[in-house]
Design a protein around this ligand. Sequence first.
Ligand code: G3P
Ligand code: CA
Length: 239
Amino acid sequence: MKIYAHRGSSGTHPENTIAAFKAAAKLPVHGVEFDVHMTKDHELVVIHDETINRTSNGTGFIKDLTLAELKKIDFGSWYAPKFKQETIPTLREVLYVFKDTHHHLNIELKSDVFPYEGMEQAVLQMLNDYRLEARVVISSFNHEMVRNFKQLAPSIETAVLFMEVMIEPHIYAEKIGADALHAFFPTVLRPMGVEAIASGKNVRVFTVNEEKYTDLLKQVGVDAIFTDYPERMWKYLQS
Ligand code: G3P
Ligand code: CA
């Protein structure tokens, strides 16, 4: 079973920062996951929430702030004082960290609350620039975005994200144009998880931070877990 560092090595570093990504880039884990939003001036930035309130010393919505305004804000000391130099990373800066590593990149398009127009095209352009098309999976809770992305770039892997139990999720995924399913942990142990795995689609599970669940997930045939503690979980899965 593979491991994706969720928001970088976010259990031990401020999530979705270059510090968290550089730590993940040193690990022998399969991949890394991160979230993308769009600024007021249409720059792609890596952050989980729609606002900067929880993970910085500033306030406001990403969509209302320019990249220059965001870059003045401290995105590290909310986690620990030693990370006070961390700024919000652009997608380009994060791709640069991983351009020569072995890691598979899960880019989550966070356009479920605000529709970021042109996000799919902008992300695709950046992947082309870095020639990373074969090393990514594009996911979103906004399934329309997944559909759009697949139409734009049929050869790039896509995944639908969902929190709830659903019937025959693999058939749904097929209709959307999603190659894989990224499921909230408890749902995968229900019949839908079993059906999806049996269908041959890759099923990846978020967010698994406790070793005790991994044996069961391995048994049911889950392809990968997303975890905030990639180093610890990797060591456990090796043992
Ligand atoms: O992509 C898996 C997981 O990151 C989805 O949930 O809220 O952590 O972005 P969230
Ligand atoms: Ca995410």
